[in-house]
Design a protein around this ligand. Sequence first.
Ligand SMILES: Nc1ncnc2c1ncn2[C@@H]1O[C@H](COP(=O)(O)OP(=O)(O)O)[C@@H](O)[C@H]1O
Ligand SMILES: [Mg+2]
Length: 331
Amino acid sequence: MENDVLLSVSGLRISFRSPSGTVRAVNGVSYEVRRGEVMGIVGESGSGKSVSAYALMGLLPRTARIESGSVRFEGRELLGLPEREMENLRGSEIGMIFQDPMSSLDPVFRIGDILSEVIRSHEPRVKKKEAWARGVEMLRSMGIRDAENAARSYQSSLSGGMRQRVMIAASLLLRPKLLIADEPTTALDVTIQDQIIRLLREEKEKSGMSILFITHNFGIVADICDRVTVMYGGHVMESGTVNDIFYQPAHPYTRALLRAVPRVDSSRREPLKTIEGQPVDATNLPAGCVFSTRCVHCGGLCRREQPPVRTVGHEHTASCWLLTEGGAENG
Ligand SMILES: Nc1ncnc2c1ncn2[C@@H]1O[C@H](COP(=O)(O)OP(=O)(O)O)[C@@H](O)[C@H]1O
Ligand SMILES: [Mg+2]
């Protein structure tokens, strides 16, 4: 089973220095991504999803501090890897796509040149013409009909959906083993979102890559993820298969999130509606459970001590004081 694990994150803690104090963004996050699976990271805005993903890629801003933890990719520790080696991994072994494709596509180059450069920067011996052709081929497999024409154009002439396809093409050119997707469809309209998700699913089936899919949208989770890690306040609240999370959510936070999406079928693609109370302040975390300030079931112990991770089913864990053995708490 060990070899099944592609990425293993354990005990990751990240903080920021800021004028208003220390921002405790990620507070001991652990999860694994297996080969060929899609792991969803879900949670409200500010839960630490992006910061933890940036850490995996060595792309944290200078003000960030990795306090502790380990990130192993195929058994190899990534934290503290020299920038040159990290750069090599990014793109070739680990691909990335973000919410805003604009910021990552250089406006002064043609799309085909950008794609060629991705190839040639990792495979310097490939000729320009061949790299261009591979770029065009990749655009075609992204469902872009006139791929030749798209390759000759600049990002400014493309729609948001097209730009995101181009970004996905760029991230998949070197056949990464892991694709990290941080809310890649959030800025797109619903039809385009559907197409992009379908595309990613197809690419995954074809290549056997793993995807770490960050989203705050449960409809997308249902569509593409195999397992889910639910985050709040920089902590993992619950982790399990998609079925565990949808049909037997154990943590009050997960339940509140699911309640905020009235019907999974009819509300597909709708972002999470807000749940009661204010999200936790990362500069001033509560002493006990991070969710205690919003939890309707909260008791004295919850306010005093952080709950341990408990096993509530096969592959299903949750971090809550109120769980009973073998299942969720009542109500
Ligand atoms: N560059 C930064 N400087 C200070 N605080 C930050 C920075 N980036 C993120 N944070 C804080 O870290 C926490 C987690 O943020 P983030 O990972 O972006 O959340 P999510 O992706 O789940 O919406 C938030 O409290 C956010 O304000
Ligand atoms: Mg984010």
